[in-house]
Design a protein around this ligand. Structure first.
Ligand SMILES: O=c1ccn([C@H]2C[C@H](O)[C@@H](CO)O2)c(=O)[nH]1
Ligand SMILES: [Zn+2]
Length: 140
């Protein structure tokens, strides 16, 4: 994937991160998905006074993508402010896998300039997919 693209996605994720609603954890996260049609959708984490209702940045970005009518992720960038890369939680790995392939890149970046790339398959081996539902066996 081109560096120019990664920079663009990183900037989108950072911009969304500025709007993170994270008064409980103080942990601000931004995410940006690039679709196969080359559109970018960004999101931030949205916490809630009822703690379990909080939503991760990846879920917000994926929700915006789906609401636009797009369903195929080409790449996703997850941006964190400090020196620590923000690895997606288990739930987000599953949410990303729903709209990605095993070789889709998940790029983790920090404002300190750290960057590591993993594939969806590395982060979530043996993902549970549409095709595993017995009702969909014929359609896969
Ligand atoms: O990949 C991640 C991991 C955590 N968070 C959020 C959830 C919560 O608001 C805060 C602390 O867990 O960070 C994300 O948005 N994405
Ligand atoms: Zn998550």
């Amino acid at each position: 994937m081109e560096n120019k693209r990664i920079t663009q996605l990183t900037e989108s994720a950072q911009t969304a991160r500025k709007n993170a609603h994270a008064p409980y954890s103080g942990f601000h996260v931004g995410a940006a998905v690039l679709t196969t049609e080359e559109s970018i959708f960004a999101g931030c984490n949205v916490e809630n006074a009822a703690y379990p209702l909080g939503q991760c940045a990846e879920a917000t970005a994926i929700g915006a993508m789906v609401a636009s009518g797009a369903t195929k992720i080409e790449a996703i960038v997850i941006s964190s402010p400090n020196d620590d890369l923000c690895f997606p939680c288990g739930g987000c790995r599953q949410k990303i896998a729903e709209f990605a392939d095993d070789d889709t890149p998940v790029i983790l970046v920090t404002d300190c300039g750290k960057q590591e790339t993993y594939t969806v398959g590395e982060l979530l081996p043996h993902a549970f997919r549409f095709s595993h539902l017995s009702a969909n066996k014929e359609k896969a």
